[in-house]
Design a binder for this molecule. Structure first.
Ligand code: ATP
Ligand code: MG
Length: 174
């Protein structure tokens, strides 16, 4: 699975519509403190089905909506679209939108879907809102402080090979 484009509107500090094209290969996100790097990663996790406002550094889910600044009024909705190539070789667009007082909704290719459908689409080990491949800033300390065996487990999970060991142990026990 490959993310090709992320489009954000009214999500946290991304008040104006922003289109980010992601080329194949390694992508780095750089910029000064407070420019929105973590907000971008949170936009990806939110669209993939993250339902914990706290893990998005908010008190409630509506905190992802642009809250206004000294010069700009708040917005009443936030929307993020992820355009991706699926492993089946097809293009798919996943959209999550939240409106103040009305909750959030998901669409895949323009069709209304459940959160579960989006979570299933991103269900392999390398993607998804709770993927170990997405390490938030405040979790980096935990990765560094982990015992070697635990850290190895995290890396194996991120690499999508954790299941192989389970299956090997299972096979050896027979
Ligand atoms: P650092 O390098 O320090 O980690 P960063 O690039 O990761 O910085 P973010 O944490 O993504 O920065 O962005 C923080 C900015 O986003 C703050 O200025 C904060 O006010 C703004 N922000 C967060 N939520 C909202 C919101 N709902 N509405 C408007 N601005 C918001
Ligand atoms: Mg950050």
């Amino acid at each position: 699975m490959q993310i090709k484009r992320v489009r954000l509107t009214g999500f946290k500090s991304f008040v104006d519509p922003a289109d980010l094209v992601i080329e194949p290969g390694l992508t780095g996100v750089v910029g000064p403190n407070g420019c929105g790097k973590s907000n971008l990663l949170e936009a990806l996790r939110w669209t993939m089905g993250e339902n914990s406002a706290r893990s998005l550094r908010g008190a409630g889910m509506e905190d992802v909506i642009f809250a206004g600044t000294a010069t700009r009024p708040p917005r009443d909705f936030a929307e993020v679209s992820i355009l991706l190539d699926t492993d089946a070789g097809e293009e798919a667009e996943v959209v999550r939108r939240i409106e103040r007082g009305a909750g959030s909704a998901y669409r895949i290719d323009g069709r209304d879907v459940r959160a579960k459908d989006v979570q299933l689409l991103f269900a392999d080990a390398a993607t998804g809102a709770h993927s170990p491949a997405l390490v938030s800033q405040n979790r980096i300390g935990a990765v560094i402080a982990a015992k070697p065996a635990d850290r190895r487990a995290m890396l194996e999970e991120a690499a999508g090979i954790a299941g192989l060991h389970v299956r090997r142990r299972d096979a050896e026990a027979r």
